[in-house]
Write a protein that binds this ligand. Structure first.
Ligand code: SAH
Length: 361
């Protein structure tokens, strides 16, 4: 039993079975033993690889995207560049390096990293050490100062805890984590049904609700209403709300049972983009997308960027650049370019933004 399993078992013995949301929050964010709080999970040696870790082009293109947003915002002399869940800080480091080509934007930027993990905050500090831009760290978005804002979030929303409900004879009952007779963690359901849930579905079906993600989206939306600006959300997920569960655990690049290796496996869900869009719409913003990540990166010019890099590269590097471009953009199902989607929300004054086909009147 891991130290965190013991801790969670203690909580359950004391308080009774806990919600999946609470379990996921503890597994990822427990101050002492939470998955993100104790380690660097990225890369070949870690548990999973994210787009900025696959290629510098990802962060570079997003940096240049932000520069165009700033220009469309009327070039404010101070702009808050927020990143939610910056991991190793690779995306921001690549973005700021690419932005040396846009010095007037660079001199307007204040970077605000929102990160709960002290281990990852330290890695981010190291990644951004050589940047001339002021950088600040916060545990939550609420603590980021006011001002015209450009916000970035890659693979952040998939780490936000969800609740699950199971359709039983009694109605939709919340899925809970409790203890079996041997004291091992097990899934169960609450004895009372959630009377407000009226969705028709076969018995045994699961409904996943990402209330924390929706709240976060509303908070972003309210900020963009007070201050103008834009938010770019990249994650794996589905465009239409659907039944079924997506909760999964990943350790050393392999799926494991989510109640095993607690605190040592990454727990994620697929993001319900339409729920995020509804949350953004409730505060009247312009919503762009979601589009496939592949489409978005191609529209931003990933192929031209790859060509430019290849001109100064060795044979081996050329092969790497080609493989990374394909990995990030290939839209055949199960690949990143298809699985990953990009959503942008902006204040009403931004009618057209790079990477998205639609326009607002
Ligand atoms: N964006 C990075 C890392 C993605 S992993 C990349 O693409 O490589 C998720 C990141 O979000 C980690 O940095 C994790 O510590 C952070 N995180 C997860 N939940 C969080 C929360 N509730 N508040 C702040 N940061 C969180």
């Amino acid at each position: 039993m891991t130290a965190l399993e013991q801790e969670i078992s203690r909580i359950i013995r004391f308080e009774g079975p806990i919600s999946l949301e609470r379990f996921m929050g503890l597994a990822l964010g427990h101050p002492k033993h939470g998955y993100y709080m104790t380690r660097d999970p990225f890369g070949a040696q870690g548990d999973f690889v994210t787009a900025p870790e696959i290629s510098q082009m990802f962060g570079e293109l997003i940096g240049l995207w932000a520069a165009e947003i700033w220009a469309a915002m009327g070039r404010p002399s101070r702009v808050i560049l927020v990143e939610l869940g910056p991991g190793r800080g690779t995306l921001m480091a690549d973005a700021l390096r690419a932005l040396r080509a846009a010095p007037s934007f660079l001199s307007a930027i204040e970077v605000h990293m929102v990160e709960m993990s002290p281990v990852l905050s330290e890695l981010q500090r190291q990644s951004l050490e050589r940047s001339s831009v002021p950088v600040f760290w916060h545990k939550q978005l609420n603590d980021v100062p006011e001002g015209p804002t450009i916000l970035l979030a890659n693979e952040f929303f998939d780490a936000l805890p969800v609740r699950q409900y199971v359709n039983t004879q009694r109605g939709w009952c919340e899925r809970l984590v409790g203890l079996d007779e041997q004291g091992q963690l097990m899934f169960g359901v609450s004895s009372t049904a959630e009377s407000t849930l009226k969705v028709a579905a076969p018995l045994g079906e699961i409904l996943e609700i990402g209330a924390q993600g929706q709240l976060m989206m509303r908070e972003i939306g309210q900020r963009l209403q007070r201050q103008h600006g834009a938010a770019l959300i990249v994650d794996y997920g589905y465009a239409e709300t659907a039944l079924g569960e997506t909760f999964q655990a990943l350790k050393n690049h392999e799926f494991v049972h989510p109640l095993s290796s607690v605190g040592e496996a990454d727990l994620t869900v697929h993001v319900d983009f339409s729920a995020l869009m509804r949350a953004a719409n409730s505060v009247r913003l312009n919503v762009f997308g979601p589009v496939y990540q592949g489409e978005f990166l191609l529209a931003l010019g990933i192929e031209q960027r790859a060509e430019a890099l290849k001109r100064r590269a060795t044979e081996a590097q050329i092969a790497e650049i080609d493989a990374a471009t394909l990995r990030l953009t290939d839209e055949s199902s199960q690949n990143m370019g298809h699985l990953f989607k990009v959503l942008a929300v902006t204040s009403p004054d931004l009618k057209q933004i790079p990477g998205f086909p639609q326009e607002f009147a």
